[in-house]
Write a protein that binds this ligand. Structure first.
Ligand code: WQD
Length: 337
């Protein structure tokens, strides 16, 4: 079975590609490398000892995509490609709508044209907006607080319409909570360009001395220690959920949505303490104002994925921090050595 992986050079797509190859799938990766590096593709080949085709193609290039769909016989698509920075999406909404939504539309058109019926889509817990309560269930109401989140929400709706219009289409929408960690080998990990926006890459850059201190956004949330709580999930657990989703689509028609989280929330200070333990350093931090648009507490109810996919996250917070740190130490400049 050959799986088309869009965004396979990026953080989650690259780990998913490894997991697919190790589970005996054949893989073709397309990625425009707009926010990733070709080196990650080389690393995957080196780590797995397996070869696969890589095409540097933009999903908006429908002719190039058509050629790829003609060349291979895909049994499913895993769609990771997309812009993902919340702040940037506020500054350049049209690019986000164009890239994420038009890219997905082109991909879906090609799937229909070439009779490819199964799709696993990377969505995000951001589609819950300000959740009514925690833990968050898939049936909760949906909303978005920024253009990035709106692209995920709109794509989810587009996919539901597509499945309604075409009963042979099978789609798994996976709502990620906060993916962190890295491949335990230290060969693959998150490689943000410029100053990181997200907590973990920022902390590892402080720990390695690239940033002076962590700014903790808000110490007055209604949480145990006042700092924000999130459901951090190890990227290896996350990508295992994708394999389970693919297996699920073999047997089930229609569209189904799953939370991929651990079900446990940790505060920013708990994360800092865990990094202190793992690195043997004291991460310097300062508590500042809340970041606009942030919510206080967000964690999943992952029961649906457990019940229907037979999947649950297994790795501990310590493993997540250790693997993030291991990646940072082995690759202080990311993939650009
Ligand atoms: C986690 C916690 C911050 C940085 C975002 C997107 C979401 C998804 C994942 C993906 C929060 C705090 C952070 C820092 C801090 N996007 N923090 N200092 O905001 O939960 O989710 O990334 O593709 O759509 O919204 O993740 O890692 O930015 O923040 O105190 O320098 O860490 O306030 O409580 P978030 P995050």
């Amino acid at each position: 079975m050959t799986i088309l992986v869009t965004g396979g050079a990026g953080f989650i797509g690259s780990h998913a590609t490894v997991e697919l190859l190790e589970n005996g799938y054949k893989v073709v990766v397309v990625d425009n490398l707009s926010n990733s590096q070709k080196a990650s593709i080389d690393r995957i080949k080196e780590m797995t000892g397996k070869d696969f085709a890589f095409h540097q193609v933009d999903l908006l290039d429908s002719q190039a995509l058509d050629d790829i769909f003609s060349k291979y016989d895909f049994s499913a698509v895993m769609h990771f490609a997309g812009y993902k920075a919340v702040g940037q999406s506020v500054e350049m909404p049209l690019s986000y709508y164009h890239n994420n939504i038009s890219g997905t539309l082109t991909l879906c058109e090609m799937m229909l044209k070439h009779n490819v019926q199964k799709l696993v889509f990377s969505s995000s817990a951001t589609v819950y907006g300000l959740p009514e309560r925690v833990p968050i269930e898939e049936s909760f109401s949906l909303s978005a607080t920024n253009p990035y989140g709106r692209t995920k929400l709109m794509i989810e709706e587009i996919l539901r319409d597509l499945a309604l219009s075409n009963p042979s289409i099978r789609i798994a929408i996976l709502r990620y909570f906060n993916p962190i960690g890295a491949h335990p080998s230290g060969k693959l990990g998150e490689d943000p360009r410029g100053i990181p926006n997200n907590l973990i890459p920022y902390i590892t850059q402080v720990a390695i001395g690239k940033q002076p201190e962590l700014k903790i956004f808000g110490g007055d949330y209604e949480t145990n220690d006042g700092t924000g709580v999130r459901d951090y999930i190890h990227v290896m657990d996350l990508v295992k959920g994708h394999i389970k989703a693919l297996e699920y689509l073999e047997k089930h028609e229609g569209v189904e949505t799953f939370n991929l989280g651990t079900g446990t929330g940790y505060s920013v200070l708990e994360i800092v303490n865990s990094f202190n333990d793992v690195t043997g350093k004291q991460i310097p931090y300062q508590i500042t104002d809340r970041r606009p648009g942030d919510i206080g507490v967000c964690y999943a109810n992952p029961e649906k994925a457990k019940k229907l996919l037979g999947w649950q996250a297994e790795k501990s917070l310590k493993e997540m921090c250790r693997d993030s740190w291991n990646w940072q130490v082995q690759n202080p400049d990311g993939f650009t050595q």
